[in-house]
Design a protein around this ligand. Sequence first.
Ligand code: SAH
Ligand code: SF4
Length: 383
Amino acid sequence: MENPFDNNTLPDGGSKEEIVGWLRARGEERAWLFAQAARIKREHVGNSVYLRGLVEYSNRCAKNCYYCGIRRSNPRVRRYTMTDAEVIEAARYACRAGYASLVIQGGELSSTRRAREITRLLEKIGAATGNSLGITLSLGEQPRETLRAWKEAGARRYLLRVETSNPALYAKIHPNDARHDFQKRLDTLRHLRELGYQVGTGCMIGLPFQTLDDLAGDLLFFKEIDADMVGMGPYVEHEETPLYRHRELLLPPATRLDLALKMIAILRVLMPDINIVATTAMQALDKIGREKALKAGANIIMPNITPVKYRADYLLYENKPCIDEEAEQCKECLDMRVRLAGDEIRYGEWGDSRHFARRTVEKTGDEHAGNDQKHLILHALNT
Ligand code: SAH
Ligand code: SF4
């Protein structure tokens, strides 16, 4: 078979129809796709896996996304926000464990009070860890000024999934009001870019009403906005959400996972040097789903380092793995799992998006700007 990926692009430049064809691939064709994705991963980002300790900061949320277990109108959720001391403890753990990066994720609250809390928290984390952690925020849509303040206080990356790039599907999985405005999400992604963040986005895969055409559109969207990192994972139903009643429309878990793996493989071909996350939702559908994602082209894992007492209260979806394991246990199990997938964890390195580095160099001509920082955690001993 002629190699259709010779130039790391799909044969006719990656049209929507062509991507849909690859999303349907089976047998030999499917194997070919995964082999090419693995090769391109090795050549462009190596067989290295970077870790980001995930802190599920708060499940308080002003939004009501139809798919999400912690949506505002779910009365069964016991609401919490971690204290600064708890977050700092988790940050110190990330340093000690050589994770080198932290993701602070939570529900979307855009009050000025919350904005100030996060700014202060970022400053405290920086002081407690000697600014040795690469910090990602994932706190939903926020005013531009808030995003600017957070960047100045030490955040380098921001994860805001577009969820779906099809506005009509977006409208089906969110309430139809100003708080859930597709255009606002796009504007926020643009602001993040303008403010100099490494921009992460992504989508859910296998949503009710979603077509292969939609998914191909998502991949093209990531390329169009020139994302630095992408986190996408299967949609996993949650009983206490409105979307649950459409569960009969869902693909079986194994098919959904396979579709997610193909999305990763195609994305690695389309965008060879970006960071791609092997998401936890993969693991919810398959015990070794994350390892499969690494093989398909992903290079980032976000081990959960939230204090155990909060984990059961941050259920975005059902069957969430590792909700009763202390971070230390997760670390050892992870190391082994990554090796089994044929990769190696790069402890103590930030693992910034190479794509971001290249983009920054192209723009500024400064070879050191945005470099992949080989940031060894010397502070670990002192923190
Ligand atoms: N509130 C922020 C970040 C926390 S939610 C935000 O929404 O951006 C993080 C991600 O969890 C969301 O972007 C969504 O893609 C994912 N998520 C929520 N519910 C899910 C579900 N039922 N299945 C799979 N992923 C889900
Ligand atoms: Fe809130 Fe994010 Fe869940 Fe939507 S997906 S309800 S914004 S936590």
